[in-house]
Design a protein around this ligand. Structure first.
Ligand code: SF4
Ligand code: SF4
Length: 333
């Protein structure tokens, strides 16, 4: 089953407008990182390696909201670090919702029970909880025992309080197709989250664990086997069918990282949040001063095994809306 209808409708309207305005490059979703600090130390994380003085910084509310307004994206995914460690995170969320943005607040959920009272359910708001597998696998991924149980308890608590909950699961070469099936069945059927996001492990340059990234071939094999027999249709995945085809190796796309840019304490990250080739002060400068043709698989060796959502989901979404057949397929789920 595909993305939530409200999100699809909003996205469709926004993309139609970009086409009418003949814009070639535009933002669809911003990865907003208002801090890099976190309460966990996951081996695959590329954010918590920043120096201590950077980890202490928190982005002012006006700066966060101003960056989103300048770029004009309809959707914002707030990550970090752990956003719940930002003392004004609720105000950032509120101001973005007031500006009619669709907001996903990413969290490892450990601090969620303590901060839940600061938030109210809203049709354009969802919690996005990081869960990299079932108990043993997730606790190993975040390098701490007990976090899976804390995350599941927090999910049940926010569901009971009337919030939409999504999950984000990253798979590495330690995961088998059956692991993918088991965790998605659990999240979909047992925990009953609203939607699930999946990612092949990102090749973060700064992550301490550099051994378990997936190659393109491994990604194709993993998802082709996990999705076999039409299994993926029953899962409420927050992805376009074409992006899932891409993960399986049924189609190929070029990277359009300009559509899911990353804005952090350092500015707009070039070219995407996986690579770090400098920063610009505005989204406009990022678009105009970046040689986009020099990135993506086949163009930059660092991109060779990247199939990340931030580079390829936008290409899939635009291809979906450019084809009547794919639009009907996406709407059918
Ligand atoms: S929870 Fe997220 S931000 Fe925190 S260390 Fe893990 S991957 Fe990094
Ligand atoms: S392929 Fe695109 S999204 Fe992936 S690392 Fe390269 S520029 Fe970033």
């Amino acid at each position: 089953m595909a993305m939530p209808w409200r999100q699809s409708l909003r996205l469709g309207t926004y993309l139609a407008k970009q086409k009418l305005l003949r814009r070639e490059k535009f933002p669809i979703l911003v990865e907003l990182e208002p801090l890099f600090a976190c309460n966990l130390k996951c081996a695959g994380c590329g954010k918590i390696q920043h120096p201590h003085d950077v980890l202490k910084q928190r982005m002012p509310v006006e700066q966060a909201v101003g960056a989103i307004e300048e770029c004009g994206a309809p959707m914002v995914s707030i990550a970090g670090g752990e956003p719940l460690m930002h003392p004004q995170i609720d105000e950032i969320v509120r101001q973005l919702l007031d500006r009619n943005k669709i907001v996903f607040l990413c969290t490892n959920a450990v601090l969620l029970p303590k901060h839940l009272h600061k938030f109210t359910p809203h049709p354009n708001f969802a919690w996005m909880v990081h869960l990299d597998g079932l108990r043993e696998r997730h606790d190993a991924s975040v390098c701490k025992d007990g976090v899976f149980d804390q995350a599941v308890a927090a999910i049940r608590q926010v569901q009971a309080a009337g919030f939409r909950v999504m999950t984000n699961t990253t798979f590495f070469d330690l995961d088998s197709p059956q692991d993918v099936i088991d965790v998605l069945d659990y999240l979909n059927d047992e925990l009953g989250v609203d939607h699930m996001q999946i990612s092949p492990g990102y090749a973060y340059e700064k992550a301490p664990d550099q051994e378990h990234w997936l190659t393109v071939q491994q990604t194709h094999q993993l998802f082709a086997k996990a999705f076999a027999g039409g299994r993926r249709k029953k899962w409420r995945l927050n992805h376009s069918p074409l992006y899932l085809d891409f993960l399986e190796g049924k189609v190929d796309f070029r990277c359009t990282a300009w559509a899911i840019p990353s804005y952090s304490l350092k500015g707009w990250q070039r070219p995407c949040y996986l690579l770090d080739d400098g920063y610009t002060a505005t989204y406009r400068e990022l678009i105009e001063d970046t040689d986009w043709d020099s990135f993506g698989r086949g163009n930059d060796p660092r991109c060779a095994n990247c199939m990340a959502h931030c580079g390829y989901e936008p290409t899939a979404v635009v291809a979906t809306l450019g084809s009547l057949r794919e639009t009907i397929r996406a709407a059918a789920g």
